[in-house]
Every structure is written in structure tokens, then in C-alpha cells.
Design a protein around this ligand. Structure first.
Ligand SMILES: C[S@@+](CC[C@H](N)C(=O)[O-])C[C@H]1O[C@@H](n2cnc3c(N)ncnc32)[C@H](O)[C@@H]1O
Length: 306
């Protein structure tokens, strides 16, 4: 199975500005690359690492007393940490998306490069999977998912052909879906660089795992839990995620900003509670890109509670 190479590892760890006695959360454990680096900097501190994929939790050998692994969605960090008696944190790291082992593991069905059953669940205990989306969603809902989460301009043609195909028999595999997508696109689209099924696969994955809503929820909760000087560091891999991170950070920073047209007294000026550390997102260096192609689309943003 493919090992997972952690993306923007040093940049993310530096971005957290770790205090050795702090409480840290890694919302996306994966194979533990980022978590282990955080642990190296902790003395009295503690690290809670979440992953909603039980296979990720099971793959970790943990002999460290200040490392707690939690199998849950990061959207639940507030409630889960409350159970541990934790209401304030010094930092949260999110390295969102799918890990290389998830992508490359036959039966997970995340990739258009392998012929697998349609699945795409990160959490194998949940019901909704790609098979249900593709075979049960009404045509209008499929169009909506493909537009909203894949920014796929041929959404109506693809949805129509899926519905036609499943009248004959259910669409069961990734390659069957790839064929339907290809048959829905004009020739000139098929000649373009990049896989023709990329956007639809992204859209279905986001729908199945409710990825964008989870991101909004965790940023909202974590910003309230953050101690002064604490930081949130997010690595995202496509524009829909990055837009949420950028806009949420900006909103947090601007919260106490007053309308400059309204005259105020000096004692009414309120400092913002948050400061965006990265005006522009940090991206991978040339050296990292040579080693890991997956890093090409990664964007890292940091915000600090003042
Ligand atoms: C890109 S990998 C993280 C890799 C990790 N940073 C490393 O260095 O090994 C993303 C991981 O986060 C998990 N994940 C994604 N969204 C999640 C969510 N909403 N809640 C919990 N885990 C999630 C996935 O199951 C996957 O294992």
C-alpha cells in the first residue's frame, strides 16, 4: 500500500507555534505524520488526534502517554473534547482530504484510476456512500452536487446519462461511472489535460463525506475554543475548501472592525480578537514538489487568537 507523505510538514508545525505544555488537536490524523512532529515538541502538553476512518486509527502504533487517538469526525471536536474535560485548546491542525492509503486501497473506491466498487466513505460505519449517491439521488440533486462541489459545467449531461444508465442496471463501479462521464462530454473536453472524471469524483466524495459542512463547523467551534496566542492551521487541496478557510479567517479578523464612516471616540476602538498570519496562502517549495506531486495543490493558511 502507498505510504502517505505529509504535505507542508515543516510549514504546518512552525505555523502552530507550539508551546511545550499546550493542548493541541490534529483533526486529520491520517498516517500520523503531522501528529508525530507535534508530539516531538510537547513536554507536558497533550495531543488529541482525530480521524473518522478507523483504519487510520488502527494503523498507528501509539506508545506515547500524551497522545490520544479519537475515532470521530473533526466536526465533533467540541463535544468530544468536553468529554475529556477540555474546553480550551492552544492549536488545531487540519490537513484535509484523503490520505494516499485511502486513495490507493482497492475497495475504498475513491479513485478514477482503479476499478473498484463505488464507495468513497472515509468513515466505513456511515450509511451514505457513492453507490447511493449515484444510484438513488434524483437527477436534479445529482446536477446540484456536480455543480456545487465539482464546479462541473457538464453536470446536466452527466446526470442525465447516469439516470439513463441506471434504468438498465445499477452503476456499480468506478470505471462504469468514468465511462458514463466520458460519454457525456464533448470530444474537445476529453482531449484536455487532466482526467475527465476528476470533478465529478471530487463532487461525490465531498457529498458522501459532508466535507465542506464539517470544515465550517470545526473552524467555528475551534475559533471559540482557542486560547490567546493559540493558532489554527489549515492545509486544503481545492478551491472550495480554501475559499471557506480564507473567508472564515477574514470574518474572524474583521469581527470587531467598525464602519470607518461612523465617527467614534478612541475608547470605543476595539481590537480584533484574531489576526490572520498568512496574507497569502503558503504553498509547497520546489524541493517538496519534486518529491510529492500531491503537494502541488496544497494551500496552508494560519490564524491566531490575539
Ligand atoms: C490528508 S490525510 C492526513 C494526513 C496526515 N496529516 C499525515 O501526515 O499522515 C487526511 C485524513 O483526515 C481524515 N479526515 C478527513 N476529513 C475528516 C473529518 N471530517 N473528520 C475526521 N477525519 C477526517 C481522513 O480520513 C484522512 O485519514
Amino acid at each position: 500500500m502507498t505510504a502517505h507523505i505529509s504535505v507542508l510538514l515543516n510549514e504546518a508545525i512552525e505555523g502552530l507555534n507550539i508551546k511545550s505544555d499546550g493542548v493541541y488537536v490534529d483533526g486529520t490524523l491520517g498516517r500520523g505524520g503531522h501528529s508525530r512532529e507535534i508530539l516531538k515538541q510537547l513536554e507536558k502538553g497533550i495531543l488529541y488526534s482525530f480521524d473518522k476512518d478507523q483504519t487510520a486509527i488502527d494503523a498507528i502504533e501509539n506508545n506515547t502517554s500524551n497522545w490520544r487517538l479519537i475515532k470521530d469526525d473533526f466536526k465533533n471536536i467540541k463535544d468530544r473534547l468536553e468529554l475529556e474535560g477540555i474546553s480550551k485548546i492552544d492549536g488545531l491542525l487540519l490537513d484535509i482530504g484523503v490520505s494516499s492509503p485511502q486513495f490507493d486501497q482497492g475497495e475504498r473506491g475513491f479513485s478514477y484510476r482503479f476499478d473498484d466498487k463505488l464507495d468513497m466513505r472515509m468513515d466505513l460505519s456511515q450509511k451514505l456512500n457513492a453507490y447511493i449517491v449515484v444510484n438513488k439521488y434524483p437527477e436534479e440533486e445529482l446536477i446540484d452536487v456536480f455543480y456545487k462541489y465539482g464546479e462541473e459545467r457538464y453536470a446536466p449531461a452527466i446526470a442525465k446519462n447516469i439516470v439513463l444508465a441506471r434504468k438498465e442496471k445499477p452503476v456499480e463501479t468506478t470505471f462504469e461511472l468514468v465511462d458514463i462521464i466520458k460519454s457525456s462530454l464533448p470530444q474537445r473536453e476529453l482531449r484536455k489535460k487532466g482526467h475527465p472524471a476528476k470533478q465529478v469524483f471530487q463532487a461525490i466524495r465531498i457529498e458522501v463525506n459532508d466535507e465542506l459542512r464539517a470544515l465550517e463547523k470545526v473552524l467555528d467551534d475551534a475559533s471559540k475554543m482557542l486560547k490567546s496566542g493559540g493558532r489554527i492551521v489549515v492545509i486544503s487541496f481545492h478551491s472550495l475548501e480554501d475559499r471557506i478557510v480564507k473567508q472564515t479567517f477574514k470574518k474572524l479578523e474583521d469581527k470587531n472592525k467598525l464602519d470607518p464612516r461612523i465617527p467614534i471616540m478612541p475608547d470605543q476602538i476595539m481590537e480584533s480578537d484574531f489576526k490572520v498570519i498568512t496574507r497569502r496562502p503558503i504553498t509547497a517549495s520546489e524541493a517538496e514538489l519534486l518529491e510529492n506531486k500531491r503537494a502541488a495543490s496544497a494551500k496552508l493558511r494560519i490564524i491566531e487568537r490575539i
